[in-house]
Write a protein that binds this ligand. Structure first.
Ligand code: NAD
Ligand code: MN
Length: 365
């Protein structure tokens, strides 16, 4: 039986609440599939830092990085800051430590969820580059000034090739699941030299992947199409800041952050977390929507399935997605989606949908 070691970092606020939901759903999957998951839980959180000054270290990340995947809730509390005045975020440190260069942010308009725009079939994956682009100069030395400040956009061929290869292979995998399988680059090569290179590398990678349709829009026009005609997109790929903004427009199209999962990946490591933060405004009230975290756990299984060629993992991921789809269609739904169900009630409904649609498996030993 396939066995995976998972590092679990619940974090702050609603992080631990939605993490409980995801772990319950994974536990139910283990009952139906020939699959065994072991967990090590780490209490890295802004709350821990406030109480003890302890935060995630390089040594911690080496230990965590030796496991098969990381499941992450949400971290950060607005009033907990480091000496420089910045918020704590293990997710940001892990991106740098594991060289996670792409953030995969799928959105889907589920039946039963109302979109803010006129669209019926929104089903896209936004891939945001996360190691360079407009954030390339984050650690550049600089003289603080009240007169002038500069950021730096840098695009490299090496990262772009990895990023676009990933986009085309994701499109191919999505086509197997019934989407058109198309890659769209959003860029600004009419005005930014870095983006001229990005477009050039995209064209080269597209030419190596002619089985998959590709297209390109300038980021400004493309942003408009996301709202006026979101159905034309399947996989969208872009640099760091364009991808950040685009992925949240996409989340807005399908009911908001409560249903938007994500995966930060390199070719070897993956951190799976909902797109939302710790939501201190609703923490402890039982109102958090667990769907984004549950879908992130499903992305983790799907990613393990692709990495290890493990069809059982892929099937388990699909079944979680189907159970979520079923629950959103009929309810119960949490308050952010116009319902009045609690985190627990939605989680129980997903568990029930899984249990009722899947046969129990006889585990091989
Ligand atoms: P947020 O995503 O936590 O909340 C934004 C809004 O969305 C809030 O009104 C919240 O109630 C709502 N919301 C978010 N997730 C929800 C869910 N699952 N169900 C129902 N409603 C939900 O963003 P914020 O308020 O800007 O940030 C709060 C804290 O989280 C900050 O400390 C921030 O730095 C941190 N943060 C962490 C991450 C991360 O861990 N990756 C990401 C974003 C923000
Ligand atoms: Mn963002």
């Amino acid at each position: 039986m396939a066995h995976y070691n998972i590092s679990v970092i619940p974090g702050d606020g609603i992080g631990p609440e939605v993490m409980d939901s995801a772990l319950a759903v994974l536990g139910e999957s283990e009952k139906h599939f020939d699959l065994q998951l072991s967990y090590t839980t780490y209490d890295f959180s802004a709350d821990l830092y406030r109480r003890t000054g302890r935060k995630i270290t390089e040594a911690d990340m080496d230990v965590i990085g030796a496991t098969d995947a990381v499941l992450f809730g949400a971290m950060g509390l607005p009033d907990v800051r480091d000496p420089e005045g910045l918020e704590l975020g293990a997710q940001v440190e892990m991106r740098a430590h594991y060289k996670l260069f792409a953030s995969l942010r799928p959105v889907k308009l589920f039946q039963g969820v109302e979109s803010a725009v006129k669209a019926h079939n929104v089903d896209m994956l936004v891939i945001r580059e996360t190691s360079e682009g407009m954030f390339a100069g984050l650690h550049d030395s600089h003289e603080p000034s009240d007169e002038q400040a500069t950021d730096r956009m840098t695009i490299t061929r090496a990262t772009s090739e990895k990023l676009f290869d990933l986009a085309f292979s994701e499109a191919r995998a999505r086509r197997r699941r019934g989407t058109p399988g198309r890659v769209t680059l959003l860029h600004k090569s009419n005005a930014l030299r870095s983006n001229v290179l990005m477009e050039k590398v995209f064209d080269e990678v597209a030419a190596r992947n002619t089985d998959i349709e590709s297209s390109k829009y300038y980021i400004d026009a493309g942003s408009m199409y996301m709202v006026t005609d979101p159905e034309r997109f399947d996989v969208i790929v872009s640099e760091n800041i364009f991808g950040d903004i685009t992925s949240e427009i996409a989340a807005g199209l399908v009911g908001g952050l409560g249903v938007a999962p994500s995966a930060d990946v390199s070719l070897s490591h993956g951190v799976f977390q909902p797109s939302h933060g710790s939501a201190p405004d609703i923490a402890g009230t039982g109102q958090a929507n667990p769907i984004a975290m549950i879908l992130s756990a499903a992305m983790m299984l799907g990613w393990l399935g692709e990495q290890r060629g493990d069809e059982t993992c892929r099937q388990a991921a699909r079944s979680i997605n189907q159970a979520v789809e079923q629950v959103l269609a009929t309810g119960p739904r949490t308050r952010d989606l116009g319902g009045n169900a609690t985190t627990r009630q939605v989680t129980d409904a997903v568990l029930q949908a899984l249990a009722s649609t899947l046969p129990a498996t006889t585990h091989s030993l």
